[in-house]
Design a protein around this ligand. Structure first.
Ligand SMILES: C[S@@+](CC[C@H](N)C(=O)[O-])C[C@H]1O[C@@H](n2cnc3c(N)ncnc32)[C@H](O)[C@@H]1O
Length: 414
């Protein structure tokens, strides 16, 4: 096998998964969660009863592909989810996971994403954790952009440079101590010894965000012994998208890319507020220094501004991967919501009505219907303006942390 990246993923399929675990849980994440695709690629207006084709380019052991295939099956969408990977060992794990779940909507192809054109057109393409391992990431993303339907979109994940502080120094060190002409198992053993022996000043040891090497040999290999990997800052991600003629729709989670998230000083915040959008996102990364990955949704050039769903009275909000009743109970009037991103606890002010609003979000009711119900059951004097302000603030906070998305739109009020 000539390509060292391909050889690595034959020896260490990534991430390490046991197909038997499918019987007890579904792994969900970003990109490629059905709610996110609906919100950020199809503006909340996709009719999921229509046929849908998705490609997972470098699908690995199947996390994303299995998630979306299951979600599409649960919705009764006539779909085909194509898992494409160079590694036959990874494909075998992904196929076994699909079998345990009884998913009949998946197809498996062994090959390079550079040849994706042979597989036809897709409504959605996922490329998570792959582009940064290619010799030419721009060419890879271009090949994927070319298989998109004009109204389709793509979800990518690439490494973040600053959050991986210490990784590349460790890779450099391990190329000397555990070179790639040695057996893989010996290299892993040496890497473990080196990690345990690091002095306090070592950048890798000082980075509290890195833990993949602790999870499995595959995780350690991926992080510290990778044959080819690079990392990006925000402007580099945008250049990568532009080179493939794609427009950014949103980074995930949006709150991480708002610089005010990371700084409280009012003068600094004011100055940040004056910056153009791209500079603001770049500043957020430079302030945080904790972004290990960049997850982004993008669409063919020209559609970027229309692709994301926009809240209105007719919008149907949904809570992503949390029981709305539990979240509602955690939202106490006057108490900010605490969330943790990139190693930092963040305190989100929430309106007093956030709990009652979230309790009524069920993926079926519109915003207008939620307001009407609140008026009947909680506060008869709740004005339209007061409800709108409370909903907007709740939505801004929860959409920012990728928990509230718009699943669709109801009919116009009579
Ligand atoms: C880090 S894993 C990511 C797996 C999966 N996307 C995930 O996020 O869980 C990278 C995967 O990309 C695959 N890969 C690398 N280069 C590829 C290429 N040119 N075409 C197809 N797959 C490729 C590898 O075999 C490996 O399974």
């Amino acid at each position: 096998m000539s390509d060292p990246v391909q050889a690595q993923y034959e020896a260490y399929p990534y991430p390490a998964r046991d197909p038997k675990d499918e019987a007890r849980r579904l792994i969900t994440g970003s990109p490629s969660h059905l709610l996110e695709i609906g919100h950020y690629v199809f503006a909340g207006r996709r009719d999921w009863s229509r046929p849908f084709r998705a490609l997972f380019a470098g699908g690995g052991t199947g996390d994303g592909a299995v998630m979306l295939a299951q979600q599409l099956a649960d919705r009764g969408c006539p779909a085909e989810v194509v898992h494409l990977d160079l590694s036959t060992a990874s494909r075998a794990v992904a196929e076994a996971r699909a079998r345990v779940r009884g998913l009949a909507n998946m197809r498996f192809v062994t090959g390079s994403l550079l040849d994706a054109g042979a597989l036809g057109r897709f409504d959605y393409v996922d490329c998570c954790g792959v582009l940064h391992h290619l010799e030419a990431p721009e060419a890879g993303l271009r090949a994927l952009a070319q298989v998109l339907e004009p109204d389709g979109g793509i979800g990518i994940m690439v490494y973040g440079e600053l959050g991986r502080s210490g990784v590349y120094e460790m890779q450099d060190l391990l190329r000397r101590l555990a070179p790639d002409d040695q057996p893989a198992a010996d290299r892993v053993a040496m890497a473990r010894r080196v990690v345990r022996a690091l002095p306090e000043t070592n950048l890798f040891r000082r980075n509290p965000l890195l833990g993949d090497h602790l999870s499995s040999d595959a995780g350690l290999f991926d992080l510290l012994l990778h044959a080819r990997d690079r990392a990006y800052r925000v402007p580099g991600v945008l250049d990568l998208l532009a080179a493939a003629d794609l427009d950014l729709v949103s980074f995930i989670e949006p709150i991480r890319y708002r610089p005010e998230t990371w700084v409280t000083d009012p003068s600094v915040r004011r100055r940040l507020g004056e910056l153009p959008d791209v500079e603001r996102m770049a500043a957020a990364e430079l302030l945080s220094c904790g972004m290990k990955v960049h997850i982004a949704y993008a669409v063919p050039h020209g559609r970027g501004r229309q692709a994301a769903a926009v809240p209105s009275d007719r919008a149907i909000p949904a809570i992503r991967d949390l029981d709305p009743a539990l979240l509602a109970r955690a939202l106490k009037p006057g108490v900010p919501l605490t969330v943790r991103f990139d190693g930092v606890p963040l305190s989100l002010p929430m309106p007093a009505l956030a709990g009652p609003i979230v309790a009524r979000v069920d993926g079926r009711r519109t915003v207008g219907e939620i307001g009407a119900d609140l008026r009947t059951t909680v506060d008869r004097r709740l004005s339209d303006a007061a409800f709108a302000a409370a909903f907007d603030a709740t939505y801004a906070a929860l959409n920012g942390v990728n928990r509230m998305l718009l699943a669709g739109f109801g009919a116009a009020a009579a």
